[in-house]
Design a protein around this ligand. Sequence first.
Ligand SMILES: Cc1ncc(COP(=O)(O)O)c(C=O)c1O
Length: 386
Amino acid sequence: MKLFDVYPLFEVEPVNGKDCYVYDQNQQPYLDFYGGHAVISIGHSHPNYVKRINHQLSQISFYSNSVLNELQIKLAKKLGQISGYEDYQLFLCNSGAEAIENALKLASFENGKNQVIAFNHSFHGRTNGALSVTDNPSLRAPINCDCRSHFLELEDSEGLEKLLKTGQIAAVVIEGIQGIGGINVPSEKFLQEIESLCKEYKAFVILDEIQSGYGRSGDFFAHQKSGIKPDLITVAKGMGNGFPIGGVLIHPKFKAKFGQLGTTFGGNHLACAAGLAVLEVIERENLISNAKIMGAYLKRKLKGQSGIKEIKGRGLMLGLKFNFPIKELRNKLLKEAHVFTGSASDKNVLRLLPPLTIGKLEADQFIDKLNQITKKLDEDAAISIN
Ligand SMILES: Cc1ncc(COP(=O)(O)O)c(C=O)c1O
């Protein structure tokens, strides 16, 4: 059997990883400024992570959600404590898209409405509901097309109020920082307007922190700078450092009903062990403040560098906007300088999503390698003009 060929692949096969590096079969190191798509939060193969999962595997790895599972309770408690959402409730699932599906469903169950407001350049996942709030029609199959979503520009408060006034809107769904769209940060004022308008018109705020959460922005959640308290917060990616796990943080006003939500694998023992290890390491190693410090360091050092028009984002969720498309730069960074980086739907944005454990050594190494490749591209361009 062949694999269903949906992924354009780089010709690299990481076979092991340690902290901010992955290694191929020849043990060639690659500096990981992509974090396997914003997933690696505490670094590859962190000893605490390996130990916890190994130990759990030797005890019990899975049983159904119809029995007690102390690890789920411990994970919810720790997440509440570290995130500052101690009074919220946690529903555990397996991925980001699933977290979004469940958040949309909860909002609609609760207020009985069925339309949603989302934003241009958004990405929330590839399942039916998540796709309906994702601004990329090419990902939607005819069977997915349900037209109950409205898309607005970020910061369009007038449009937001106009739609909310119809009384049909179940929820407004927004990323803490737009990731795939090119690292676009909603203003604190706009987030506060969303919160107060949703309260006024009885819609819910769903904050998608799947990419921007778990310390990546320099706060546990990116929206926390604005002081708002969303009704529903979705998490995944950095939550498991690679082990599939997702979740919805649910405001205490939502009262759970038996059977309303459910999943076979969500919250299994191994996933909870991974989730607990991640939170322990984030806390013990002060990774949220490290993300803030290293993000500011990278911004300071990269400012004014050749070809960079703008540095977007904060913490370790940065977008370097170049004055040219970055495809070749990204390829050369990987092939010639052995550095993984990310792209975005904005073709001029190079996305940086390293593990939250990077230090100055890795940041300086990245900057040197970026300089080396941009210089080479400049020289090649000069030769081709002459
Ligand atoms: C902001 C955001 N939401 C949702 C998702 C979907 O997550 P998953 O791929 O785990 O379904 C992603 C994935 O990239 C994302 O970046």
